[in-house]
Design a protein around this ligand. Structure first.
Ligand SMILES: Nc1ncnc2c1ncn2[C@@H]1O[C@H](COP(=O)(O)OP(=O)(O)OP(=O)(O)O)[C@@H](O)[C@H]1O
Ligand SMILES: [Mg+2]
Length: 158
């Protein structure tokens, strides 16, 4: 899949970047959000949720399987951190989150074999305390253009 890479210099910039991507999403779309601890996965999902009209507090579902929010569309937020793989039973618990919702999956590695094919894959990496490199993979060129068209202030390499 083609990749766009952007550097964000604050949590707010990561949220704004996620909002751009969110504009291209509709129910049924799955976005995988990976990266090490504290890389900004939940921050990214929070920005996307805001853009999708979610007004509820968006927090990490690390101690539950997921959250489902009502916005201008339904939005699910899953965190597979605790999983090593997904059994049929575990997948059964997760499946309802995918029905009629835009879905963001943190720590998607455990679900690699079971998850529907993603609309986009996002990877966040620490550059320094306030800076992150955000790589977005997607087949949808328009989606990538939206992301690449982010404020030049946070385009990679600028
Ligand atoms: N450019 C940036 N983008 C995103 N977050 C940033 C950035 N700079 C600093 N931060 C800070 O990094 C932290 C990221 O936390 P967040 O919970 O989003 O990470 P996470 O990847 O979801 O972590 P976990 O692996 O625990 O789920 C926040 O405190 C945020 O304010
Ligand atoms: Mg998180």
């Amino acid at each position: 899949m083609p990749v766009v890479e952007v550097e964000t210099r604050s949590a707010e910039e990561t949220e704004a970047l996620a909002a751009l991507l969110a504009r291209r999403l509709s129910p049924g779309d799955v976005v995988l959000v990976s990266g090490e601890l504290g890389a900004g996965k939940t921050t990214f999902v929070r920005g996307a949720c805001r853009a999708l009209g979610v007004t509820a507090r968006v927090t990490s579902p690390t101690f539950t399987i997921g959250h489902r929010y009502a916005g201008s569309v339904e939005v699910s937020h899953l965190d597979l951190y605790r999983f090593r793989g997904l059994s049929a039973a575990e997948w059964g618990d997760l499946e309802p989150y995918f029905e009629g919702a835009v879905v963001f999956v943190e720590w998607p590695e455990a679900g690699a074999a079971a998850l529907p094919s993603p609309r986009a894959s996002v990877r966040l990496e620490h550059v320094s305390r306030g800076t992150r490199r955000v790589a977005v993979d997607a087949d949808d060129k328009t989606l990538l253009e939206e992301v690449a068209g982010a404020d030049p202030g946070f385009r990679h390499g600028d």
